[in-house]
Design a protein around this ligand. Structure first.
Ligand code: ZN
Length: 314
């Protein structure tokens, strides 16, 4: 029997310039840069990881920065918005902080009773801040540019765009354990996870939108959490029984992964909480050097030459 999914593990997106990406996610969103690694399927591209102090599951936003990539086209079959939770008392702080960094935002507008503001990241990916007091900070990054009392608590959820609601909703509620929580206009909300870790997946179905053209500023996939390898193996069986074509279990070194596409075209992953980002670096120096999975170590010199230099803002 499979355990319920625990919420969001991480969200991975495509970006353009690596330095611009790190400047935005550290200085503006106030996330800690927790891992400087490589795209395991394209080792001449970085894999940059951001999160709370330890990159806890549920806080990990990651990017493949492709350098001079063109911008993606928004449309169906993708996650079009990534929402982070922040405390309700922090609205004044964020308005001032975003203005200070020259980031204009839309809102606040009300969504299912919570105020939301939205703004694009440097590659046009739409980022949202959802003001709520349900989410808790597990491992605040105390030396970050955003004071811990105002800091991002983790993912609040994502908005998916698909041509048809039915098949995507059936996959969420019929096979993945999500509960439908409500709807508002064309937005249908599904939730997973216990109170503080609860994540919302909003589905907007609009058959008139073009298919998404993924490139810089596009979300590549979303990963759901399971605790450990035993739960992960049970999920592999469940995914197959549910009729999804999936990858086998892939070792991503910081977690294990299973990938499959939901019926609307969005790539899903199921990832383990273990072993986490401190498996190959001490907590204090996370992100400070390029770390490679052991099977890439013999190629380190060649890999390093192909990657642009990167300065971590402090
Ligand atoms: Zn992933």
């Amino acid at each position: 029997m499979h355990q319920p999914l625990l919420g969001i593990h991480h969200v991975t997106a495509l970006a353009g310039d690596a330095q611009r990406n790190i400047d935005f996610y550290v200085r503006v969103l106030g996330l800690r840069f927790v891992k400087r690694s490589i795209n395991q399927d394209a080792p001449d591209v970085y894999h940059l990881y951001y999160g709370d102090e330890i990159g806890s599951p549920g806080t990990a936003m990651t990017f493949f920065p492709f350098g001079r990539a063109s911008r993606g086209r928004k449309g169906n079959g993708e996650i079009g918005r990534v929402a982070f939770g922040v405390p309700t008392a922090s609205m004044g702080f964020w308005a001032e902080h975003l203005a200070k960094h020259g980031v204009p935002f839309d809102g606040p507008s009300d969504r299912f009773g919570e105020p939301v503001i939205s703004f694009p990241d440097p590659d046009g990916m739409l980022v949202e801040l959802v003001f709520n007091d349900r989410q808790r900070m597990k491992h605040p990054w105390r030396s970050g540019p955003v004071p811990a009392e105002h800091a991002v608590r983790g993912f609040h959820g994502v908005t998916m765009y698909v041509a048809q609601l039915g098949p995507t909703a059936d996959a969420l509620t019929g096979h993945l354990g999500f509960t439908k929580e409500g709807e508002s206009g064309s937005r249908h909300r599904f939730v997973i996870g216990a109170e503080a870790d609860r994540a919302a997946v909003d589905v907007i179905a609009d058959a008139s939108l073009p298919p998404a053209g993924p490139s810089a500023g596009s979300v590549h996939h979303i990963a759901w959490r399971v605790a450990d390898d035993a739960a992960h193996r049970a999920w592999l069986g469940h995914v197959h029984q549910s009729g999804f074509h999936s990858s086998d279990i892939v070792d991503r070194f910081y977690f294990r992964s299973i990938y499959f596409r939901e019926p609307g075209g969005v790539l899903y992953e199921i990832a383990t909480d273990v072993p986490g980002f401190t498996v190959d670096e001490p907590l204090e120096s996370l992100g400070s050097t390029l770390v490679l999975p052991p099977w890439y170590e013999p190629h380190r010199a060649r890999i390093e030459r192909a990657l642009p230099p990167l300065t971590v803002p402090v």
